[in-house]
Design a binder for this molecule. Sequence first.
Ligand code: 6CS
Length: 283
Amino acid sequence: MKKLGILAGVAGLAISTMLLASGAQSADDAKLEQLKQQGFARVAIANEPPYTAVAADGKVSGAAPDVAREIFKRLGVNDIVASISEYGAMIPGLQAGRFDVVTAGLFMKPERCAAVAYSEPVLCDAEAMLVKKGNPKGFKSYEDIAKDASATVGAPGGGTEEKLALNAGVPRDRVIVVPDGQSGLKMVQDGRIDAYSLPVLSINDLMKKANDPNLEVIAPVQGAPVYCDGAAFKKGDEALRDAYDVELAKMKKSGEFAKIIEPYGFSAKAAMSTTRDKLCAAK
Ligand code: 6CS
């Protein structure tokens, strides 16, 4: 399957190069044509439910890939093929052409908006912390962790929570990079970190599956903004991004967008109440 996919990709590239040379298409449209020929869009995900998830049989789900799969189908791209990536590696991977788009809950922030071409908002969420029952160190904010010289917090590498903790003054050696949710959960349970921070819905998902009465969720983290993600395209693929946005807007209007994301716990209203421009300008 993989070889077929690569061959299809090469053929698609050849076709779009020919189309370009003949002036039949702009560089932008060529990308969508290439994906149609390829038969799938290569998406980056983190495997962090309910944003993104990969089952034992390899099936990809989660709110972000489910929205992307539906939109690409409407654009004539039959499927998505997902690769798991650390958040901090998603943008470099997109820029290096390893992915066609990031659909992972990669929150819009000015520095990211400068590096990629985001779609309009898709998934919005506040931040949370997983701690021992009773919240023994009394954390309500990242600043509380900074003030306690003995306190450590785990967060995804290159992720928003890592940045929020560092910006709140938690020293680098007390912000522990954690590769995935299960590791973060275990590290809190074992007392190796005092808190593990992810968006609220991700922490709630971990808590539900852990079914451990010795844990507690602090949500929302005081002082942390509510963020929204969008599908992140490579700079230069704005026409593909715009085509994606046309379909996203139709689905928001028809209620199909809500039907996909709300069963995962996300609010369609929250995503529809803001815009890429507002989120990319936010301080
Ligand atoms: O965008 C980010 O950096 C964050 N987004 C999610 C969905 N989880 C953690 C990550 O740090």
